[in-house]
Design a protein around this ligand. Structure first.
Ligand code: MEV
Length: 310
């Protein structure tokens, strides 16, 4: 028997752009998924998914989740012919689009298998196994989600090649007060990533221009984070949201939630993660404003979570 956990994450800058080797900034959340693994007589594996979730999320992601478990088992050479592996997922991370729920699940499973079979996998190996699981959610994951789920903290991440990444820990002198708003809509990362790829093939010049603008923005964001310059971070989040609109990954609901947050005092707001639903991340200057943002979105019927980054 063994157990392991994987953190949820939020992307502050660079979803989608990160798939193409541009830098991204993400933070782990304080909430996580726990995997428990039990070895019993028989063969194959079973899953009991008890994670709290946005309605419809688990159903929509079921096939991908099953494939991701197979990928991780294969990657770690777990014998499922002469023994049965019973997996239970729990934890306080609400499985929803945008919080890195799939990566948290993959990481927790890799850790639980390492624990069960005394594989002594270090974080790098856990991250590699989780990345194999993430491939089931779309063919070309950047790896940022599993990296945040594995290492925790605030990170600057860049995919350098097929299996190569650069990861730097960032430390901001200022704690950022965040509201994550759940649109309740589960989007398909596979579909949205594929659409961006198609857009890039059809409009290379326009997309290159947007990618160039994003790259400058990411560098400015890193600087602002290291200086704890909240006003600039907020402004750059707004600019990042506009670029995400241009690459068609935002939606009416994302834009409306961003608007509500800004009208209620947020310094910056953008979609976070896959987009076309999922989550919106909002930055507040102080606790009073943060409560106002939460109140405003809850009044409209959306769930909001508070967290701190930095
Ligand atoms: C999903 O959380 C983030 C995306 O950029 C996909 C990826 O990085 O693999 C949309």
């Amino acid at each position: 028997m063994g157990a392991g956990k994987g953190y949820g994450k939020t992307i502050l800058f660079g979803e989608h752009f990160v798939v193409y080797g541009l830098p991204s900034i993400a933070s782990a959340l304080g909430t996580y998924t726990i995997a428990n693994v039990q070895v019993v007589n028989g063969s194959g594996w079973t899953v009991n998914d008890q994670r709290p979730a946005t309605p419809g999320y688990k159903e929509r992601k079921r096939d991908e989740a099953m494939q991701s478990i197979t990928n991780i088992m294969d990657h770690l050479n777990v014998d499922v012919k002469n023994q049965r592996i019973d997996i239970t997922f729990t934890g306080d991370l609400v499985a929803a689009s945008g919080v890195g729920a799939s990566a948290a699940q993959c990481t927790s499973l890799a850790r639980a298998l390492s624990d069960t079979f005394n594989l002594n996998l270090n974080d790098e190996k856990i991250n590699e196994a989780a990345y194999e699981g993430e491939k089931a959610y779309h063919g070309t994951p950047s790896g940022i989600d599993n990296t945040a789920a594995t290492y925790g903290g605030l990170i600057w991440f860049r995919r350098l090649g097929v299996e190569k990444t650069a990861i730097n820990r960032l430390q901001s002198p200022t704690k950022m007060l965040i509201v994550l708003v759940n649109s309740g809509i589960t989007s398909s990362t596979t579909e949205v990533v594929a659409d961006v790829r198609q857009l890039r093939e059809e409009h290379p010049k326009e997309m290159d221009k947007i990618f160039g603008e994003y790259e400058k923005l990411a560098e400015a964001a890193r600087k602002a984070l290291l200086q704890g310059d909240i006003a600039t971070i907020g402004d750059l989040m707004n600019q990042n949201h506009r670029l995400l609109q241009q690459i068609t990954v935002s939606s009416k609901i994302n834009d409306a939630l961003v608007e509500t947050a800004l009208e209620n005092g947020a310094i910056g707001a953008k979609l976070t993660g896959t987009g076309r639903g999922g989550l919106v991340i909002c930055l507040a200057a102080n606790e009073v404003v943060r409560e106002e943002i939460v109140g405003a979105v809850e009044e409209k019927g959306y769930r909001a979570w508070k967290t701190t980054i930095g």
